[in-house]
Each structure stands twice: as C-alpha cells, then as structure tokens.
Design a protein around this ligand. Structure first.
Ligand SMILES: Nc1ncnc2c1ncn2[C@@H]1O[C@H](COP(=O)(O)OP(=O)(O)OP(=O)(O)O)[C@@H](O)[C@H]1O
Ligand SMILES: [Mg+2]
Length: 248
C-alpha cells in the first residue's frame, strides 16, 4: 500500500500540489483524472521517487521515502514500472533493446536470459516478432505497447501509466485499455493510471480519484463518480465548459 500524506510541491513559481492525500491499495487499479496541467504527471513522479515533495510524506508499506538513502531509493524504484506520457522510447535502439534496457542496466542476467524475458513481454503485449524494429517504424499504439512491455520487464509490483490512451484512435485506445485490464488480471500488480480520457478511466478503474487545484477532491468507484453530486467532478466527467471549473 502506498500512502501520500499532505503532499505539497512548488514548480516554476507555482504550488502545483497543494496538500494531496491519497492511498493506493495493493492490487487495485486506481485512475487519477484531472485537467491538462493540473499536476498528474508531477504526482506520478512523486510516486516513483523521481520528484521529492517540498512538504508531506509518501509511505510504501509504511516506509517513508524521505528516509531512504540513494541506493535504497534506486532499489525502491525497481519495484515500479512506468509507461511514460508519449512512450519515451529510445529511437536509436531496437524494440528489444528498449524493452531489455532495465534488465541490462540493473541485473546480472545474461544476453540469452534477457532475450527470453524480452520475447515473453513482447508476446504479452501482442508484439511478438517485432524485436528488431525501431520505434520510428511503429504506430503510436504499437509504441505504447512497447513502452508497456518495457515497464513490465523487471517484474514490477506497481505499474504507473501516464496517459496510456492519449493520442490514439478510439479503437486502438480500447485495445490498450483491454491490454491493461488483461495484464492486471494475469499479473499480481497494483496499477495507477493518470488520464483525462473518461472512457478509459471507466473501463480500467477499480477506483477513480480526481486531482483539482492541487488536491484530491474526490475518490470513489466508477459508479460513485458517475453519480456524485460534486459539481466539479460532474463538469469534468461530462466535459462541459460551463461550471465551477475555471477555464483558461
Ligand atoms: N520540472 C518542472 N519545472 C517547472 N514546472 C513544472 C515542471 N514539471 C511540471 N511543471 C508544471 O507543473 C504543472 C503540472 O504539470 P504536469 O505535467 O504534472 O501536468 P499534467 O496534469 O500531467 O498535464 P497533461 O494532462 O497535459 O499531461 C504545469 O503547470 C507544469 O508547467
Ligand atoms: Mg501529464
């Protein structure tokens, strides 16, 4: 279980996170929704320890991130796999080299052992045989799947998805949602996805939390989100310009 307690973060002269309280239960798929620029990626970076809060605590099974030494922080990060916004694949490497990157850098596995894990992960995401392609030769949906295979390569306990469906056509987006659900059912992982795609949120979430003005203002099941009387949540999920959310 991960707990975020009163997280504050200043970036570029503004307080992006203004007291985030959130817990992530082991085994669940939590989807964090919120407008573009509200701090979703910043929040994910705190979860994986790429950013440190200015104030507040993050606990992983009760251990405070702030108390971890640098080697312990690196060890903690290995428990996470992250699918970055825009996939963040290395164009100079093949698909297999991208997927095997963490294994090459952080384990003592042999080339053959790495190749075996890479093939297995590519099979899981439906991309068997594409090992030698370069990311530039792939469609956006295929890149997302390679990014997913890379996130899963080190057998993470937690998988973080940053906008897994953004920029994809509706059918490809649905295939990615199905894949996320299928992996969640097959593997013992806890997933956190951030998105502003409500269709995706409803499809994959056990629980949905909304980030607004630097805080989690609502959290509940997909049904509870649909039925809430919270006007900010309703405006967001219905996607209407008129309402309490300040539109810039
Ligand atoms: N390293 C940084 N330095 C300065 N400002 C930053 C930095 N990272 C993020 N920000 C600012 O923090 C705010 C939140 O950014 P973030 O990327 O978390 O938004 P987001 O919710 O992920 O948006 P999107 O849905 O468009 O991806 C933005 O105003 C952004 O400019
Ligand atoms: Mg983002």
């Amino acid at each position: 279980m991960i707990e975020l307690i009163d997280i504050h973060k200043w970036l570029g002269g503004q307080e992006v996170l203004r007291g985030v309280d959130l817990h992530i239960e082991t085994g669940e798929t939590l989807v964090i929704i919120g407008r573009s620029g509200c701090g979703k990626t910043v929040l994910l970076k705190h979860l994986i320890g790429l950013m440190r809060p200015d104030q507040g605590r993050i606990l992983l099974n009760g251990f405070d991130y702030a108390r971890l030494s640098t080697p312990e922080l690196y060890a903690m990060r290995r428990r996470f796999g992250m699918v970055f916004q825009g996939s963040a694949l290395f164009d100079t490497m093949t698909v297999a080299e991208n997927v095997g990157l963490g294994l090459r850098e952080h384990t003592s596995m042999s080339r053959d052992e790495i190749a075996e894990v890479v093939s297995e992960r590519l099979r899981m995401v439906g991309l068997s045989g594409l090992d030698h392609q370069r990311p530039a030769e792939l469609s956006g949906g295929m890149k997302k799947r390679v990014a997913l295979a890379r996130a899963l390569a080190m057998d993470p306990e937690y998988v973080l998805y940053d906008e897994p469906t953004t920029g994809l056509d509706p059918i490809t987006a649905d295939m990615i949602n199905e894949l996320i659900k299928c992996l969640q059912a097959q593997l013992t992982i806890t997933s956190v996805a951030v998105t502003h795609d409500m269709k995706s949120a409803y499809k994959i979430a056990d629980r949905i939390a909304m980030l607004y003005q630097g805080r989690i203002i609502f959290s509940g099941s997909p049904v509870e989100v649909r039925e809430t009387g919270n006007p900010v949540v309703q405006q967001f999920i219905q996607g209407i310009a008129e309402g309490p959310i300040e539109c810039r």
